[in-house]
Design a protein around this ligand. Structure first.
Ligand code: 5GP
Ligand code: ZN
Length: 110
């Protein structure tokens, strides 16, 4: 079982900022911004592209959860990132949405 499957299943004690039947959200272990939350499907998909192909409703729910969390955290602007594939910086191969906020962000991204 992958690390995010274990978190979603409750095998690694983790505080969920948001949870539903299909998704959970928790703080990133190594935050890149004052607010850095990961929103993941409970079910294992390798990345967002696979999730989009198989279960677009749950992909949509990740965005809805991110919106709810951003409001809860009082973020006036935020960035949503899906690193998809190792060359794009993906290091955990269980689909996850990064919600980043609480500072200004540069564009283009690195
Ligand atoms: P990726 O690089 O795959 O887009 O993002 C993976 C993210 O997961 C990284 O930002 C990393 O800090 C975070 N991460 C990796 N392992 C754990 C963990 O065990 N717990 C939490 N909360 N975050 C993790
Ligand atoms: Zn997994």
């Amino acid at each position: 079982m992958c690390i995010f499957c274990k978190i979603a299943a409750g095998e690694i004690p983790t505080h969920f900022l948001y949870e539903s039947e299909k998704v959970v959200a928790f703080k990133d272990l190594n935050p890149e911004a004052p607010s850095h939350v990961l929103v993941i499907p409970r079910e294992h998909f390798e990345n967002a592209a696979e999730l989009a192909a198989v279960d677009s409703a749950t992909l949509s729910e990740l965005f809805g959860a991110a919106r709810t969390i951003a409001t809860f955290l009082g973020l006036d602007g935020y960035r949503i990132v899906f690193n998809t594939g190792a060359s794009a910086g993906q290091s955990v191969f269980h689909a996850h949405l990064h919600l980043l906020g609480g500072r200004a962000f540069a564009w283009p991204p690195g």
